[in-house]
Design a protein around this ligand. Sequence first.
Ligand code: EZ4
Ligand code: CO
Length: 402
Amino acid sequence: MRIADAQVFVCSPGRNFVTLKLTTDEGLTGLGDATLNGRELAVASYLSDHVCPLLIGREAERIEDTWQYLYKGAYWRRGPVTMAAIAAVDVALWDIKGKAAGMPVYDLLGGAVRDRVLVYGHANGRDVRALLDAVAMYRDQGYEAIRVQAGVPGLASTYGVSADRMFYEPADAARPTENEWSTERYLASTPPVLEAVREAVGPDVHLLHDVHHRLTPIEAAALGKRLEEVRLFWLEDPVPAELQDSLRIVRQHTVTPLAIGEVFNSIWDCEQLIREQLIDYIRTSVSHTGGISHLRKLYALAEVYNVRSGAHGATDLSPVSLAAALHLDIATSNFGIQEYMRHTAETDAAFPHEYRFEDGHLIPGSAPGLGVEFDEGSVERHPYNPAYLPVNRRRDGTMHSW
Ligand code: EZ4
Ligand code: CO
């Protein structure tokens, strides 16, 4: 069976998505997600200008060889654009292989090791009261794990905190929104807020918190130490992780579990973090980290070092990515948790899917392949709409992480 056609679709049903569709000479189709929030068209061009022409005529069954061909054959390795493009091809080929075999992708990956996938939702609020309302709403919907983010008093806006409680989308403008940042204010206001949430929900709910790479190692160490009594499930992206050594400093000072990696795009971005057991959860995703083929190698490395998975699953990862993540999660023994920020009804309508939410968990469904379809009419109905993630400036005007 050979790849006969490769098409790239860019659409914006609620937010922008880049979708790859491969069709074989036997008429089977497979989908991959190539969305890179705020840089969508770069991946669309990488695929349509440089990858799709090379795919035509290749054997659709040879997933690993195609991965190596695109990775090594480009000469220029890694990077978010390249790895998102390779991921889309890889996932589409797994989808095709599943359909050809009449099996869900998780069966091709060794079969399910659990019946469902624990997910966490995003609760956020400008202040403690609004945050507690949002947390209660997630509890009512059955979530057992909730990420909690609060506004910082004295700052006009904070990344990750919005008025829309169920579907917030941080990429909100054709020029990046400018947020203001103060580490001092954040470090002063955050611990009491998280303590209040723990007090309100009791001991049995998993609480998570995302720092979005905003602290220095020693500041992150202080925050982790201060939060130990809150017993977070994890503290996410405490420091920028270009320098993997930074996590050693954080680790030496606190037993708060650490998660990092949603911006990583290969095993080499976290090899030291895993090998030295500097983190507890790795946040890499199928769509930004070279697809199922690469991510399962990364998870296998993590398993050796007692690091568990906690895949990125924000709304900028399309339902195709989410489905791929669920198939891998359910077949991965060192799975930890899956992020699940709900897509809007518009997005769900553009990507009809088998997976479903039930009692704080997601279930991938047992349709052959990934169990996701794409309504191509979305391209005309919802044209591309340039949108960028916000930037963050310190109060003296200098740029800060997010
Ligand atoms: O900000 O996916 O943990 N989740 C996150 C996300 C990211 C967005 C960026 O596109 O940090 O909300
Ligand atoms: Co994050």
